[in-house]
Design a protein around this ligand. Structure first.
Ligand SMILES: Cc1cc2nc3c(=O)[nH]c(=O)nc-3n(C[C@H](O)[C@H](O)[C@H](O)COP(=O)(O)OP(=O)(O)OC[C@H]3O[C@@H](n4cnc5c(N)ncnc54)[C@H](O)[C@@H]3O)c2cc1C
Length: 305
C-alpha cells in the first residue's frame, strides 16, 4: 500500500485578529483550521491539499458564547463540549439534545460547533440543528459581514455558500421560548458513528395551536427541513389533545411513511439502502414529534431539554 498517511506540505499561520485571518484567507489555497477533527483526517488521507492553514484559535473574539436579542451566539472556536455544558447555551435545548450524539467526548473537546456547520457533512447533527431552528450564520469576508439564514446556507454534501476567502465567525441560534418543545434522535451503527438517519424536531404550542418542524439528516446531501404541522394536527385529532406518548406516536406513524418518502433523497450507499433509511426516518419522526409535542405543553425551564 503506497498511502503515505501524512499531509502534503502546507504553510501554517496563526493570526491574532479576524481581520488578519481574512487577509491570510485571501491567499490562494488557504483554508481555515478550527478544531481540526474533520480537516486533519482529510489532509492525512490527502483528500485535500491546501497550500496554507489559517489557524483561527488565537483570535479572542471568536471564542465567545454570547446571548442577546433572543439569540445565543456561538463563536468560531467555541468547542462542542463547551456548548454542551455551558449555562448560557442551556437556552438552546436542541443543541443540548444533539451534542452528545456528535462523535465521542474527545472529538467534542476539540471540534467546534461552527466547524461542523461549515464542514456540512450530510450525516452531521449540528447542521440539522441549525436548520431546524433556522439559525443565522454570520460570515465575514473582505467585503464585510453577511448574515445567512440556514435555509440558504447548505448547498450540498460538504458544501455551503461560504466562499474560500470567507470565515464563519458565529452561528446565532434562537433561544427557546415558552411553548417550545424539542426532540432529537438518530440511528448509527455504534454510538459516536455518523448517523445512518436522524431527526431534529421543534414543536411550538401557543393558544393558537401547535406548529411542528423537522430537520432530517443522513438521508440527503444536506439537512432536509419540513413543516409537519398538518400531520401533528391530524394525529392530535385522532388521539385528543392530551394523549400519552405511545398513543401519539402511533397516530403519527400513520403519517410518517409519507414524510419519509418526501425527505429521503438518496439511492442508498454501502451503509444502508434508501428503503431502510425511510424506515428509520418514519420511526424517528413519529417518536421525536410526539416527545417534542408533549414537552411543548410543559412549563418552560431553561436547560431542561
Ligand atoms: C472519529 C471521529 C468521529 C466523528 N463523529 C462525528 C459525528 O458523529 N457527527 C459529526 O457531526 N461530526 C463528527 N466528527 C467530526 C467532528 O464533529 C468535527 O469536529 C467537525 O465536523 C468539524 O469541526 P472542527 O472544528 O474540527 O473543524 P475543522 O476540522 O478544523 O474544519 C472542518 C472544515 O470546515 C472548515 N471550517 C472550520 N471552521 C470554519 C469557519 N469558522 N469558517 C469557515 N470554514 C471553517 C475547515 O476549513 C474545514 O474545511 C467526527 C470526527 C472524528 C475524527
Amino acid at each position: 500500500m503506497n498511502q503515505p498517511w501524512k499531509p502534503a506540505p502546507f504553510a501554517y499561520v496563526r493570526p491574532g485578529t479576524t481581520e488578519d485571518a481574512l487577509t491570510e484567507l485571501a491567499r490562494d489555497g488557504a483554508k481555515v483550521l478550527a478544531g481540526g477533527q474533520s480537516l486533519v483526517p482529510v489532509l492525512a488521507m490527502r483528500l485535500g491539499r491546501p497550500s496554507m492553514l489559517v489557524d483561527i484559535n488565537a483570535v479572542p473574539e471568536l471564542r465567545q458564547i454570547s446571548r442577546s436579542n433572543g439569540h445565543l451566539g456561538v463563536g468560531a472556536t467555541v468547542r462542542q463540549r463547551q456548548v454542551q455544558y455551558d449555562d448560557a447555551a442551556a437556552a438552546v435545548p436542541l443543541l443540548r439534545l444533539a451534542l452528545p450524539w456528535v462523535g465521542h467526548r474527545e472529538i467534542r473537546s476539540r471540534g467546534t460547533v461552527c466547524g461542523s456547520i461549515a464542514h456540512a457533512d450530510p450525516s452531521a447533527e449540528l447542521p440539522a440543528v441549525a436548520s431546524c431552528l433556522d439559525a443565522t450564520m454570520v460570515v465575514a469576508g473582505a467585503e464585510g459581514v453577511r448574515e445567512i439564514p440556514a435555509a440558504e446556507f447548505f448547498t450540498g454534501a460538504m458544501s455551503t455558500v461560504i466562499l474560500p476567502e470567507e470565515l464563519l465567525t458565529e452561528v446565532r441560534f434562537p433561544v427557546a421560548e415558552e411553548g417550545d418543545g424539542f426532540g432529537f434522535g438518530e440511528i448509527a451503527r455504534r454510538h459516536g458513528d455518523f448517523a445512518l438517519a436522524g431527526a431534529a424536531v421543534r414543536v411550538r404550542t401557543t393558544s393558537a395551536g401547535s406548529r411542528a418542524r423537522i430537520s432530517c439528516f443522513g438521508i440527503s446531501d444536506h439537512p432536509v427541513t419540513r413543516d409537519v404541522t398538518e400531520q401533528l394536527r391530524s394525529a392530535l385529532d385522532a388521539t385528543g389533545t392530551d394523549p400519552d406518548e405511545s398513543d401519539l406516536r402511533r397516530a403519527l406513524a400513520d403519517h410518517a411513511d409519507g414524510i419519509a418518502d418526501d425527505v429521503v433523497d438518496t439511492g442508498g450507499d454501502a451503509h444502508a439502502s434508501a428503503a431502510y433509511r425511510r424506515q428509520l426516518i418514519a420511526g424517528l419522526v413519529s417518536r421525536q414529534v410526539a416527545r417534542a409535542y408533549l414537552k411543548s405543553l410543559r412549563p418552560h425551564r431553561e436547560g431542561k431539554p
